[in-house]
Design a protein around this ligand. Structure first.
Ligand SMILES: C[S@@+](CC[C@H](N)C(=O)[O-])C[C@H]1O[C@@H](n2cnc3c(N)ncnc32)[C@H](O)[C@@H]1O
Length: 270
């Protein structure tokens, strides 16, 4: 792990590093956070479509998917998105950026609520193109997520025009369309909608610096924290699902173990 490299003998043991990382993941309602003063908030709200992540149309063993995912009902979706935007306002630093993921179904609600929110400015919109459209052989399907980029001050946000993933090393430094595959982890506990390492690495490198504080109040598997940890960023995570923290622990241990293998750098750049 880069922030406190486990490869040096004078550093804490891997177990204590993981314990320190777990302390950054709070079982907490997004409405309870205030004053975090984050430089970057990356968050991926529930979809509002009765999603459980359990159906067998997913390209994985549903038996390994942990329980406890908290979905938002369609009739409360607008209010929940408002609460999420208020959470961003309370916890974003003055020069910070927020990146809010959205599937296509309720993207209009997120867009409308951002436009009506007096304290947040919509600075742009990005698209993540992924390799996961379960029905695509049978009918046309979406394999794109939208990412709303919001700031509270359009003149002071941080942005770097390069990153170390293939997005910039072999493509154009253009944040409109981010093409990243989902990274499946065989034999590990699974979290519905876990975001891939490469995509988050790309976003963190473009929107944060080594001393930045990164925050995700709807952390799920905690992938935002896993990537922040490996890039040496400070971070805080929250979720209402207690089982999510166990998935976070498994992912930390997995990436920690792969850090000593030859394929690590390759994995990190995908
Ligand atoms: C789409 S998932 C996030 C997945 C995550 N991006 C990942 O990579 O694993 C949304 C998460 O929000 C959590 N959640 C829903 N309502 C919440 C609330 N009011 N406060 C905190 N977490 C909540 C759900 O339990 C779920 O884990």
């Amino acid at each position: 792990m880069s922030r406190s490299s486990s490869k040096q003998s004078s550093q804490p043991s891997p177990n204590s590093l993981v314990a320190e990382c777990l302390n950054r993941f709070k079982i907490k309602d997004m409405n309870e956070w205030s004053g975090v003063n984050a430089d970057l908030i990356i968050t991926d709200p529930p979809f509002g479509i009765d999603f459980s992540g359990k159906p067998d149309n997913y390209n994985r063993d549903a038996g390994r998917v942990v329980d406890g995912y908290v979905e938002w009902s369609a009739d409360t979706y607008e209010r929940k998105i408002d609460q999420l935007l208020d959470c961003l306002t309370r916890n974003l630093g003055s020069a910070g950026s927020g990146l809010i993921f959205s599937g296509w179904n309720n993207s209009n609600v997120i867009h409308n609520q951002i436009n009506q929110h007096s304290d947040l400015h919509l600075e742009g919109k990005l698209y993540w193109v992924y390799n996961f459209a379960p029905y695509c052989r049978k009918r046309p399907a979406h394999n794109v997520y939208e990412i709303y980029w919001v700031v509270n001050n359009p003149t002071t946000y941080f942005y770097s025009n390069e990153c170390s993933t293939a997005h910039c090393t072999s493509g154009e430094s253009n944040l409109s369309a981010l093409v990243f595959k989902r990274d499946y982890k065989k034999g590990m506990p699974k979290y519905p909608t876990r975001l891939p390492f490469g995509l988050l690495r790309c976003l963190l490198e473009h929107y944060s610096e080594p001393d930045s504080l990164v925050f995700d109040p709807l952390a799920g598997s905690g992938m935002v924290g896993v990537v922040a940890e490996f890039l040496g960023r400070d971070y805080l995570l929250g979720d209402l699902n207690r089982n999510a923290k166990g998935v976070f622990q498994n992912l930390l241990e997995h990436y920690h173990d792969s850090a000593s293998s030859d394929t690590y750098e390759q994995q990190m750049r995908e």
